[in-house]
Design a protein around this ligand. Structure first.
Ligand code: BMA
Length: 325
């Protein structure tokens, strides 16, 4: 591996030496690529990844992989776990992708938001599960084009909140939040984090990466910035802190990215120069984050970091609130 460009004194995330931890060659059936996995820790203490698997039609489904330490010894479902339901949900015609998993106490279920790839473009769908074997589909929550969605784990003022990223016909693609009384009817949308402009690493298009993490200082949001260059897009990761009581209010936002494609497996693959986390788990120490990310749309990699250090770093490397237009 070539030497990394990041300043080691500023490194917030440490790549696992065994990266990539999961590839298509680990799969019990023939697939093209495995990437962009949702993640959670089960009551048993096991780590579960709900992996985006692309087959050789180009369409994706989701497949569960379980491991005791979240790094090795993955037990992968022998068959696809969650496949498009084209009859019941025609919006899933071209596959299901990039899920985010959130445990919701009130529902005693995991809420899975995922991209349904419809004939009209990608849209956001929601399903509930207790065991990652049977799933209760709630259907489409946001029409196309919209993706990179996650539910917040509890209600605010009696309403559910979903983070999502619509793409407007003109202009920049920002991160939004919408509300619902029943997880079915969504409205009252608000822009909560704007894509910057010009030469910024997160100009023009941003999106939520994993679900937000509740900390005593606020909701820690990891988001991706898409830098469009003549050679293609570069997907990098940055941080924002949202207000604990009003998560639509941005308190701080990083000026710099905290992780970008550097390693060979991040720079080269079906889509090069992509690091794309969709999930994390927290160590029982309450501070160490295991961040799972898709690398170059080809494999799954792991990076670990301290949430306390991320929050400290954000104080030093942020602008207050969200930048003006
Ligand atoms: C985004 C999503 C991700 C993908 C990334 C890079 O728009 O479609 O699934 O990892 O592009 O190709």
């Amino acid at each position: 591996m070539p030497p990394l460009r990041e300043d080691p004194r500023r490194r917030l995330l440490t790549r696992h030496p065994g990266n990539p931890i999961l590839t298509a060659f680990d799969w019990p059936y023939f697939v093209n690529t495995v990437f962009n996995a949702g993640a959670t820790r089960l009551p048993s203490g096991e780590t579960l990844l709900l992996v985006r698997v692309e087959d050789c039609t180009g369409h994706s489904h989701l497949c569960a992989a379980r491991s005791a330490d979240g790094i090795t010894g993955w037990r992968i479902d022998p068959h696809p776990t969650f496949i498009p339901d084209i009859e019941g949900h025609p919006e899933e015609l071209w596959g299901v992708e990039d899920c985010r998993i959130v445990w919701v106490d009130e529902l005693e279920s995991f809420a899975i938001t995922y991209t349904a790839y419809s004939q009209r473009g990608p849209c956001v769908s929601l399903a509930l599960t207790k065991d990652f074997r049977t799933f209760d589909r709630m259907g489409m929550t946001m029409p196309p084009e919209d993706k990179d969605a996650a539910l917040l784990p509890r209600r605010f003022g009696g309403r559910w909140v979903m983070i999502h990223r619509p793409v407007p016909a003109a202009g920049r693609a920002h991160i939004w939040m919408s509300y619902s009384p029943d997880l079915k009817h969504w409205g009252d949308p608000k822009v909560v984090l704007k894509a910057r402009r010009g030469a910024w690493w997160d100009a023009n298009k941003i999106g939520l990466s994993p679900p937000m993490l509740e900390t005593p200082e606020g909701w820690l949001m990891m988001y991706h910035g898409v830098r469009m260059t003549p050679a293609g897009c570069i997907y990098r990761l940055g941080l924002a802190l949202m207000d604990l009581e009003d998560p639509t209010r941005c308190v701080m936002r990083s000026t710099k990215w905290i992780m970008g494609p550097e390693a060979e497996y991040e720079r080269t693959g079906d889509v090069g120069d992509v690091v794309f986390p969709c999930g994390f788990t927290m160590d029982p120490d309450g501070d160490t984050m295991y961040l799972y990310y898709g690398a170059a749309d080809t494999s799954i990699a792991l990076a670990t970091g301290s949430v306390r250090e991320m929050l400290g770093w954000l104080q030093e490397n942020s602008t207050p609130g969200d930048p003006e237009d």
